[in-house]
Ligand binder design. Structure first.
Ligand code: ZN
Ligand code: ZN
Length: 176
């Protein structure tokens, strides 16, 4: 494990969410937000409203900017996200999750909690100088964000779809 468990989960969630904005947009319905919420193990306030969906959709460019920023620029974004949400880190334990950090109340809007969780996770990434764990997909036609938590830093593609497409292309190139 490169980072603490909750940091890795939060980074994975932020990357997944930011990447839903890549065409074709895959976060257009409340059902798609349901899949994200349950799939990434969120807890707390969950409205299943159009307003909540729109707010979560609107934060995606901001997450992308943070996740792909230079280190010093990421600091500005993290500090702003934490200050605007009046974040107060508290250790909590719930459900199957052992002690981890929450920095805003569970009753805050989902978009606020996503923003603060991402900022908290990026604190670890910035402090350990591991921004290189984040990058953009090596596929020529894809701008998806890649989160590389592998030991040997071998991850180059945002998804298995992109990985497979390039493996097939490389195979064809070799056998031409
Ligand atoms: Zn939690
Ligand atoms: Zn990709």
């Amino acid at each position: 494990m490169v980072f603490a468990y909750d940091t890795e989960i939060a980074l994975q969630a932020a990357v997944t969410l930011a990447n839903t904005a890549e065409p074709p947009d895959s976060l257009e319905t409340i059902e798609e937000l349901d899949d994200f919420y349950t799939g990434l193990g969120y807890t707390g306030r969950w409205e299943r409203s159009k307003a909540e969906l729109d707010a979560v959709r609107r934060i995606r460019p901001r997450l992308r900017a943070l996740l792909t920023a230079e280190r010093d620029d990421a600091v500005d974004i993290v500090n702003e996200m934490l200050a605007s949400a009046k974040a107060l880190p508290q250790l909590v334990r719930h459900g199957e999750y052992d002690w981890h950090l929450h920095a805003v109340d569970d009753n805050q809007p989902l978009v606020t909690r996503i923003s603060v969780e991402t900022a908290m996770a990026m604190i670890d990434v910035i402090r350990t100088d591991e921004m290189s764990r984040l990058g953009v997909c090596a596929d020529d036609d894809c701008e998806g964000i890649v989160l590389d938590l592998s030991r040997n830093r071998s991850r180059r593609f945002c998804s298995t779809t992109c990985g497979n497409r390039n493996a097939v292309a490389a195979y064809r190139a070799r056998n031409r």
